[in-house]
Design a protein around this ligand. Sequence first.
Ligand SMILES: NC(=O)c1ccc[n+]([C@@H]2O[C@H](COP(=O)([O-])OP(=O)(O)OC[C@H]3O[C@@H](n4cnc5c(N)ncnc54)[C@H](OP(=O)(O)O)[C@@H]3O)[C@@H](O)[C@H]2O)c1
Length: 246
Amino acid sequence: METERRPDLLGQTVVVVGGSAGIGFETARRAKAEGADVVLTGRNEERLEKAAATLGVSRTAIFDANDSRALQSFFEELDGPVDHVMVTAGGPYYSRLADMDFDEARRALQEHPMLMVGVAKHARDLIRPGGGLVFMGGTGARNPARGVGLMSAMTVALPALTASLALEIAPVRINLVAAGFVDTPLSASLLGDGLDQRRQELRETLPIRRVVTPEDVAALAVHLMTNTALTGATYDIDGGQQLLPA
Ligand SMILES: NC(=O)c1ccc[n+]([C@@H]2O[C@H](COP(=O)([O-])OP(=O)(O)OC[C@H]3O[C@@H](n4cnc5c(N)ncnc54)[C@H](OP(=O)(O)O)[C@@H]3O)[C@@H](O)[C@H]2O)c1
């Protein structure tokens, strides 16, 4: 006889900072499917409202997560405690030294770590027992290559920060997802006309013989939310991309 499974996030609240597209959007969709009440944020109002309508989410907030005052106000004004915060805002900066825009480089260097620190500081007291924070990092820059230096530094820095923050904000949990290429609007904008060729290369060379999707990452993110044994760690999801020669 079949018994119905209780949805894993039933009665819980999940905040997705950067939830109107890509990995954040798919995580919101999966969290909703698992019974969560979802709060979606983003910068572009039209995109955010469209995403909220698609998912049937009623709570949204428009702000730039890299604006530390706006981030603090968002958490101060949240109505009631929450269980999980997933952060998918922020992007990478790839550039060779010769072409580097130093303002962009500074932005990228401070963006991810300071966003992690800001969310850890402002959200920790809102998290119910068992809950936690999930952030995004990458595996793509683990191997040295021209033009990836700053992102290589982030690849090393974010797991270290995650581990230390896990001690500071305990019993609130914190984990990092390190992704390789994920087929999202961000990847499309970075690759432009080269997107289809990159997808094909990955299908031919990745050990999994397919491209990693935002749904794959969402499944991992929701697992990190529901498995209360996990904290302070980094979880690679790249289909084996980092195992290939650069
Ligand atoms: N895609 C990949 O291959 C890949 C690989 C490794 C790591 N990552 C990381 O994973 C995260 C999500 O990537 P993705 O590919 O899903 O990106 P995406 O397709 O561009 O989606 C990003 C989402 O975050 C929102 N957002 C971006 N910057 C924001 C900000 N400063 N404040 C508030 N909302 C913001 C965007 O909406 P608005 O633009 O309207 O704000 C959008 O909803 C990023 O941090 C990225 O660096 C991605």
